[in-house]
Design a protein around this ligand. Structure first.
Ligand code: SAM
Ligand code: SF4
Ligand code: SF4
Length: 338
């Protein structure tokens, strides 16, 4: 498969593909899948509606032919998918793919980290929102202790994984965790990335008042540590990175709300039911699964993906102030893939 790279209406190429391998999760983070909404009777996708490993691999190969170089496995909680290691093994072989990472809450890493490593996965983003046990238990909605995640982070690190820890900070909820988390991961040489609370989906009670901006988080860190900026590694790198001057650990920020980065957004997403989304805040996707399961050749599906990307005009974060007020219905992050 050898096709020409593609650009959207704002001249952005397609470089990254985020694949949601399941819409289910073993956590109920208050800002993502609040348990009041994602309760016992919530209708998750039946198994047959999820893309199979073969379908995901085929899709990834087609995206690679259009210029995708990086894949990220996400969800929902990707470790709930049993056949993940064989999937990684296939994805790594795709021509043109230079990097594969996975984002996980880390709860099941003890069971699966060795298989994933053996399959070739080397990079993990592990989410952890607090070191305080009561607060973390409340935030993950399932009473899980941070100790379990911390010990799984150590285990994965010792196995050889490159790890970044992601923390979503919400005003009035966990900003007091910024310094303890920074101290803990700095000492271990693990990169920590603070994410501004975003208005993904429609169910997390987001408002501007609950956002702690990069500037505020930076000031808190800067009151204790001397930091210097680190140059981006590549066009479109999402995290703004800093280095502690007294050791080489890094801290990053994802500033989707306070400093949008749509102009360099090269990310496409495949939802757990096999639709393409061209923005995290999209209202609709483009159904690929029916094409994959229908009588279509790869060339026809590639032409469809190309036309979707060529028509892309998304820049939600640039326009948040205008659009957010209109209460438009967005897709949940656990479904579209964070
Ligand atoms: N379950 C996995 C996890 O939590 O790492 C992967 C999926 S999760 C949707 C991916 C990332 O999105 C996590 O780091 C999570 O903290 C982040 N996230 C979810 N909802 C968010 C929100 N409203 N604002 C900012 N980040 C959010
Ligand atoms: Fe699950 Fe991740 Fe969403 Fe938390 S952020 S509910 S762990 S998908
Ligand atoms: Fe990309 Fe949409 Fe986020 Fe802008 S708002 S950076 S277009 S995903």
């Amino acid at each position: 498969m050898n096709t020409q790279p593609v650009s959207d209406q704002l001249q952005r190429p397609i470089r990254d593909l985020r694949i949601s391998v399941t819409d289910r999760c073993n956590f109920r983070c208050t800002y993502c899948m609040p348990k009041e909404i994602f309760g016992d009777d919530y209708a998750f996708l039946p198994r047959e509606e999820l893309l199979s490993n073969d379908e995901i691999t085929r899709v990834a190969r087609m995206f690679a032919s259009l210029g995708v170089k990086k894949l990220r496995i996400t969800g929902g909680e990707p470790l709930l998918r049993r056949d993940l290691a064989p999937l990684i093994r296939e994805l790594i072989r795709i021509e043109g793919i230079e990097d594969i990472g996975m984002t996980t809450n880390g709860l099941l890493l003890k069971q699966y980290a060795d298989r994933l490593y053996e399959a070739g996965l080397r990079r993990l983003n592990i989410s952890l929102d607090a070191l305080n046990p009561d607060l973390f238990a409340k935030m993950n909605g399932r009473g899980v202790s941070p100790e379990i995640i911390l010990s799984n982070i150590d285990l994965a690190k010792n196995m050889g994984f490159k790890i970044r820890v992601n923390t979503v900070i919400q005003k009035g909820v966990n900003e007091q965790e910024i310094l303890p988390l920074a101290a803990y991961f700095k000492e271990r040489g693990i990169t920590l990335c603070f994410i501004e609370f975003m208005d993904v989906g429609n169910d997390n009670g987001w408002s501007y008042k609950k956002v702690v901006s990069r500037r505020e988080m930076f000031d808190i860190l800067n009151s204790q540590y001397e930091l210097e900026p680190v140059d981006p590694l590549y066009f479109g790198e999402v995290a703004k990175r800093y280095r502690y001057k007294d050791n080489s650990s890094e801290v990053g920020f994802i500033t989707s709300v306070s400093e949008s980065f749509c102009s360099s957004c090269t990310r496409a997403r495949i939802s757990s039911d096999g639709s393409i989304y061209t923005c995290l805040f999209a209202t609709t996707g483009h159904n690929l699964r029916d094409m994959l399961r229908g009588d279509y050749q790869d060339e026809e599906i590639i032409a469809f993906i190309r036309s979707v990307w060529e028509g892309r005009t998304d820049r939600y974060s640039d326009q948040r102030a205008q659009i957010a007020a209109s209460n438009r219905k967005k897709i949940n992050m656990s479904f579209i893939g964070g």
